[in-house]
Design a protein around this ligand. Structure first.
Ligand code: ACO
Length: 226
C-alpha cells in the first residue's frame, strides 16, 4: 500500500505510480510486486464472478442482439442464487456497500444482463416497497469545491420528508465498467418495469432508487426525466 508521503524511485519501470484497472476497477501500483500480486488475485476472482456458464432452466425475461436478461429469484436452485450473490458482491464492492444482505431477501428479484461473450455485465436488484422520498435539488453551496468533488465525497442527498407512493425499489444497479453507456442499465430497468408485477407495466414514478451514487443519480435523472 502507498501512503501519500511515501516516495517511489524512478528506475525506469514500465508502469509508474497508481494504476486503475479498467476492468476490475482495482487501484494498485504495478511497480510494487505485492500490489501486483493482490491485483492478479482480485482480477481473477472478479472474472470468475462475472463468468456465466448458464443453466438449463434459466428464466430469460428479455433478449437483445448483444445479450439477454435473466431473472433469479430467492427460491431458485442454489447455483443460480450463488451466481446472483457473486455478482451482487462485485457490485456492492464497487458501490462501497458494506453488508451483503438485502433489506427483504425473500422478496428480492435479481436481474442479470448476460452479453454474447457469456459474461454478466449488468446486475439489478429490485424489491417491493410502498413509499419513497424524492431527492431534492441540491442548493449551490460549497463554492470552493467543484460540484463533482462535492457529490463524489458526500453522496448524501437531501430528501423530501413527504412520502410518495412507489411499488418497486431499485436497491442496486451496476454495469461492468467496460460495458457502460450502451443502454444496458436502461434495458434492465425497462425489463423490471414490464416484469416486476404480473400483468402491469410500472410507470417511471412507481420505481425508486435507494441511496443513489453520483453515477446512479445522473442515470436515474436521465431515465426518469426528472
Ligand atoms: N454520467 C452522465 N450521464 C450518465 C452516466 C454518467 N456516468 N451514466 C448514464 N448516464 C445517462 C446518459 O444520459 C445515458 O445516455 P447516453 O449514453 O445516450 O448519453 C443514459 O443515462 C442511459 O445510460 P445507460 O447506458 O443505460 O447506463 P449504463 O448502462 O452505463 O449504466 C450505471 C449506468 C448503472 C449508473 C453505471 O454507470 C454503473 O454501474 N455505475 C457504477 C455503479 C453505480 O454507481 N450504480 C448506481 C448506484 S445507485 C443504486 O444502486 C440504487
Amino acid at each position: 500500500k502507498l501512503d501519500s508521503d511515501q516516495l517511489i524511485i524512478d528506475a525506469g519501470q514500465k508502469q509508474f505510480g497508481a494504476t486503475n484497472c479498467s476492468s476490475c476497477g482495482m487501484v494498485y501500483s504495478a511497480d510494487i510486486p505485492e500490489d501486483n500480486f493482490q491485483h492478479t488475485q482480485f482480477h481473477q476472482r472478479f472474472l470468475d464472478s462475472i463468468k456465466y456458464v448458464g443453466w438449463k432452466k434459466e428464466r430469460v425475461v428479455a433478449e437483445f442482439w448483444d445479450g439477454k436478461i435473466i431473472l433469479v429469484l430467492p427460491d431458485d436452485p442454489k447455483y443460480a442464487v450463488k451466481k446472483a450473490e457473486d455478482v451482487r458482491r462485485i457490485a456492492d464492492n464497487e458501490l462501497g456497500f458494506q453488508q451483503v444482505t438485502l433489506g427483504r431477501p425473500t422478496q428480492a428479484k435479481t436481474f442479470l444482463f448476460i452479453n454474447t461473450d457469456r459474461l454478466v455485465v449488468g446486475c439489478l436488484v429490485a424489491e417491493p416497497i410502498r413509499q419513497a422520498y424524492r431527492v431534492l435539488e441540491q442548493p449551490d453551496e460549497n463554492k470552493d469545491m467543484t460540484k463533482d468533488d462535492f457529490m463524489e465525497r458526500h453522496r448524501a442527498w437531501c430528501c423530501s420528508t413527504i412520502p410518495e407512493q412507489a411499488l418497486c425499489g431499485i436497491s442496486r444497479i451496476w454495469v461492468f465498467s467496460l460495458a457502460r453507456r450502451q443502454g444496458i442499465a436502461t434495458r434492465m430497468l425497462d425489463t423490471v418495469r414490464s416484469t416486476f408485477m404480473y400483468g402491469s407495466y410500472l410507470t417511471k414514478q412507481e420505481i425508486a432508487f435507494s441511496d443513489p451514487t453520483p453515477d446512479g443519480k445522473l442515470f436515474a435523472t436521465k431515465y426518469c426525466n426528472t
